[in-house]
Ligand binder design. Sequence first.
Ligand SMILES: Nc1ncnc2c1ncn2[C@@H]1O[C@H](COP(=O)(O)OP(=O)(O)OP(=O)(O)O)[C@@H](O)[C@H]1O
Ligand SMILES: [Mg+2]
Length: 389
Amino acid sequence: MNILWDTDPTALERYRFALGSDTQALPSAALVARALHDNVGIQQVIIGPDVALDEACELAEAARLDRPEMGVILMRRRMDVTALSQALRSGVREVVTSEDHTALVDALRRSRDLTQRLIGHSMGTPAKEGKVVTIFSAKGGVGKTTLATNLATHLAKSGLKTLLIDLDLAFGDVAISLQLVPTQSIFDAVAMSGHLDEAGIAAISTTHEDSGLHVVCAPNDPGDADRIPPGVSVELIKLARQHYDYVVVDTPPSFTEHVLAACDLSDALVLVATLDIPAVKNLRVAIDTLDMLGSPRDARIIVLNRADAKVGLRAEDVESAIKEQISVSIPNSLTVPSSINRGVPIVLDDPRGSVSVAIRQLGDVHIRRRFGEELNGAPQRRGFFRGRS
Ligand SMILES: Nc1ncnc2c1ncn2[C@@H]1O[C@H](COP(=O)(O)OP(=O)(O)OP(=O)(O)O)[C@@H](O)[C@H]1O
Ligand SMILES: [Mg+2]
């Protein structure tokens, strides 16, 4: 995809022939910065003749470091040597005069070729292996979605590139919990099946603005759930872990084929229980099923949610019933439903509260440290143009 950065609203029509249909026109540096931040599929930025040279060079310089495969092409009304050398020094790939559409077509072709070669080169290097964390419980209503949304928000807020996938395909409520209004969902990945790429993930995900978390929501229409083959979620998770630090997966309360595939691909499996006999029984059954499927025991993290509820069952009773140790206990708190009703994750809404402290403990101690992350001085991703708005 191309971006045409031009202050003239009619520019896209004028250059359409040269730039092709997969081009979005944007009038300001801030909007271009935002588009580049949100859409990793942008491969060429073409800068119109009226954009100030310094602004254009600033973008080229930033792109050279953060997105070296992306091409920046600059149009000027007249060529002058000073502008030309300043532009090329900053990393602009090509400079053309705005009236010469043939030169623009040629420059774009050369730049695209170079982009493809650079992408091909980077594909030869080992892909980044992000970690997949699936939240599961065989019983409904135990707090899976609460945990998945808050854990993912916490990871994203910590500067880690994080994708949350709602695999509760029929009744998923991640979007509503985060107050997102998705235009696309995992259902749209079906059409890209077999050739899903990073740009495809960007297209089907929605950004949670307060944290920078990317979310692939469940379909709006529960009827679409059955039309999503399990291979689609497998392809999505496998690809996502190459492009994200963490992929968090929320699940429905049963071992669907999608869930089994996600568990299989997971580096950590968070199993959630509450202090009631059916939940504990279901957790025991889930653990037995996972054992039978050969799922590694050391990948499991047991979380007891609403752990302080006075219901006659104690955490020790749960541990002895499931024969596993509870890693994290999350207290019962009215702040949870009220944060969900406001659509603000509790880790942002009430960061000092005991529920948030427990969720951060899960994220930092039981997940990030497990994968060898050094937590003093959390890794802050450079974040492409993140500072601008
Ligand atoms: N620690 C907590 N304290 C108080 N209420 C909680 C807590 N955790 C979850 N809840 C409440 O429990 C309800 C169910 O939570 P949630 O939707 O996260 O569960 P779930 O396991 O995803 O359910 P489902 O199986 O239906 O998807 C919500 O109303 C939520 O507000
Ligand atoms: Mg749920």
